[in-house]
Design a protein around this ligand. Structure first.
Ligand SMILES: [Zn+2]
Length: 127
């Protein structure tokens, strides 16, 4: 059985952008979202002990989630790098990250389309 995640919250979020060359210049396009989650995960061996654990998850436009970074204060992390608390927190928040990314990437795309429209409207006025 995996250790239980007793609390988690989103700490930071932001898009990962790809730089694209166009005939009008350089623009960027969001290709994925990155979310950082902090959580507390119960120790299996010591009752009452919880570990402060952090995972960073990227979610691409196809909805594929990947573990991009992590840390845990347990001894296992110090020696093995990847401990079961990190896996437990990742499993607890993966669905949330995928749901957020679907909405956030759509919102960013819509906002940028509006900004493009506003920019071309401005250019037309200058002509
Ligand atoms: Zn750990």
């Amino acid at each position: 059985m995996a250790p239980q995640t007793v609390f988690w919250k989103t700490n930071r979020a932001g898009p990962i952008r790809k730089v694209i060359m166009t005939k009008d210049g350089v623009r960027t396009e969001p290709v994925a979202m990155m979310y950082e989650y902090v959580g507390y995960v119960k120790s299996e061996s010591t009752p009452g002990l919880v570990y402060h654990t952090v995972v960073r998850i990227t979610v691409d436009r196809m909805g594929k989630a990947s573990l991009a970074g992590y840390t845990c204060e347990c001894k296992g992390f110090t020696f093995d790098k990847m401990c079961k608390h990190i896996k437990a927190l990742y499993n607890a928040v993966e669905r949330d990250a995928r749901n957020r990314a679907q909405k956030d990437l759509k919102d960013i795309a819509e906002t940028e389309q509006l900004m493009d429209k506003a920019r071309s409207a401005t250019f037309n006025l200058e002509l």
